[in-house]
Design a protein around this ligand. Structure first.
Ligand code: SF4
Length: 322
């Protein structure tokens, strides 16, 4: 692997995305934040809209740990998968409470992995990128490269981790892992990979027909239907803070079993999550007496942490009022 490692380093220096801000900081907190944001979101979105504002608002682990959850969720608004934000906050709280002033993330994988929201890959990424430990990272792009190099149609996690550990450049884990992610994003893409430019070309067993690896899984996404009631009182809209597991902590309109006969149907919004599609029929009910604890103007709602689907419902309401 020595000559392959050399080629990868060379490729990374020439073509890697070396200017990404989280690759140019030694701050484990900022690196961890980028890893969590990038789990389900594209680099462009994180870079343009979320990473810097979040760090500006919560510049340290301590600042995050001492912040109210509402403020954290507000900074996360639109990124989706809000458990990520809640776990970031919870971990920051745990470390702040345990360590006091200037808390820090642990450097050991065994300790990182015990913290809320930090799985094996995130722990390895923080260890490799923040603490330069000789461990591999594993994300979708890396999985695809490994499967293709070894011509594996199906690979279980255990086998992939074993291969990844054997292949990692122990002298330069930072550059190697960053390069793996960049090669997966720019060369070894799902469709029409550019094998001729790839540093793995000489050892890749899948290069003659790369799109066969790994085998694509067909996924059907179920649709859930929901009735949403916008309760209106004095030109203000009722919102409640969600308590259940789904979208916990965010403000939202009420989901109801059956719409009231007196309610007016205003339309429909849909939103696709990873595991299901949500179709909401939206109703409006003008109340004579307030029935909720909290009512807001649309402008006030824009200041709250709300989910994408509630934002769509608000926009639908505003459209119908025009
Ligand atoms: S040679 Fe082609 S298939 Fe193999 S890892 Fe490189 S880009 Fe992917």
């Amino acid at each position: 692997m020595r000559s392959i490692h050399r080629k990868i380093r060379h490729w990374y220096t020439r073509y890697g995305r070396t200017d990404l801000p989280w690759r140019n900081t030694a701050d484990p907190y900022a690196i961890w934040l980028s890893e969590v944001m990038l789990q389900q979101t594209q680099v462009k979105t994180v870079l343009e809209r979320y990473y810097f504002p979040f760090l500006e608002k919560f510049p340290t682990l301590e600042a995050l740990g001492n912040a109210p959850l509402d403020e954290v969720l507000k900074m996360w608004e639109g990124l989706g998968y809000y458990n990520r934000a809640k776990n970031l906050h919870k971990t920051a709280q745990i470390l702040t409470q345990a360590q006091g002033a200037a808390p820090a993330l642990p450097s050991k994988i065994e300790e990182l992995i015990k913290l809320p929201g930090i799985g094996k890959n995130t722990a390895n990424a923080v260890a490799a990128f923040a603490f330069r430990q000789p461990v591999p990272v594993m994300e979708a792009n890396v999985r695809r490269i490994l499967c293709r190099i070894h011509a594996m149609k199906d690979a279980d996690e255990k086998a992939l981790w074993q291969i990844a550990c054997e292949m990692v450049d122990r002298q330069n884990p930072f550059e190697y892992n960053q390069a793996m992610m960049d090669i997966g994003a720019t060369l070894c893409t799902s469709k029409t990979p550019r094998c001729e430019a790839c540093p793995f070309e000489s050892i890749c067993q899948g290069k003659s027909d790369p799109e066969r690896y790994p085998r694509k899984k067909r996924r059907t996404v179920p649709t859930k239907e929901q009735y949403i009631m916008i309760n209106l009182y004095n030109n203000k809209l009722a919102l409640s803070q969600r308590q259940g597991k789904f979208l916990h902590g965010l403000w939202g309109f009420d989901a109801i079993e059956v719409p009231l006969c007196a309610a007016e149907e205003v339309g429909e919004v849909t939103h696709t999550y990873t595991h299901f599609k949500l179709r909401c029929k939206v109703y409006l009910y003008d109340e004579l007496e307030p029935t909720h604890d909290h009512y807001f103007t649309p402008e006030q709602i824009r200041q709250l942490a709300i989910s994408k689907v509630d934002e769509k419902i608000l926009n639908l309401y505003l459209d119908t009022m025009k």
